[in-house]
Design a protein around this ligand. Structure first.
Ligand SMILES: [Mg+2]
Length: 206
């Protein structure tokens, strides 16, 4: 049985922290793993900034509600979900993703979560597992699922390479050049066609 494992940010929705930084008017929140490669330290720093601005989860979700999926993302996802199983595998947090999942028709999402105090303050972030994208793909394969993966970033390469078919979508020139064997697409219709075509391929043998 096939299951399509999709990255979220950059593929279906904008980069959430970049969009949040613009919508909230807090420019320092646009800092990414390119500026702070240690993701835990970056998240602790982001949560500190949010607390300093008095932003609890409810206020953050209000800002995220103003962010829309990328144009065409909902139609692409609907078309895909009519034809095969889909799960979104993301490094974001379920509480942040929730307003965007509503706009995408509530697809299945596997990501991380937040510990939130009764007053709405975000206490800390809770990562689900190590190397979550690759670990999740391997776990799905361990129970007989054949994975097809697509994403835009470095952290998607492991799940793409571990799958029976994998695609780059709206990736950077650097990543495309470093991975010339991976088909790379810019348009949803091309990604949809490639995924649907890959369904009949044989499973990867571990
Ligand atoms: Mg991404």
């Amino acid at each position: 049985m096939n299951i399509v494992c999709l990255d979220l940010e950059g593929v279906l929705v904008p980069e959430i922290w970049v969009a949040f930084s613009e919508e909230s008017g807090i420019p320092e929140l646009a800092r990414t793993t390119r500026d702070e490669p240690d993701y835990d330290r970056l998240m602790e720093w982001r949560l500190k900034i949010l607390r300093e601005h008095g932003l609890g989860l409810a206020q953050i979700q209000e800002v995220i509600e103003r962010i829309d999926p990328l144009p065409g993302a909902r139609a692409f996802l609907d078309a895909l979900r009519e034809r095969t199983q889909v799960v979104i595998i993301s490094d974001t947090f379920e509480e942040f993703a929730r307003p965007l999942m509503a706009k995408l028709g509530w697809p299945a999402l596997m990501c991380n979560s937040l510990e939130v105090a009764p007053d709405g303050t975000i206490v800390r972030h809770l990562m689900r597992c190590e190397s979550s994208k690759l670990t999740t793909v391997r776990a799905l394969q361990s129970c007989g699922m054949e994975t097809i993966a697509a994403g835009d970033s470095f952290n998607d390469l492991a799940m793409i390479r571990a799958s029976k078919a994998g695609f780059l979508f709206r990736s950077t020139p650097e990543i495309r050049e470093a991975n010339p064997d991976l088909p790379a697409y810019e348009r949803y219709e091309d990604l949809l066609a490639a995924i649907l075509d890959a369904r009949g391929k044989g499973a990867v043998t571990a």
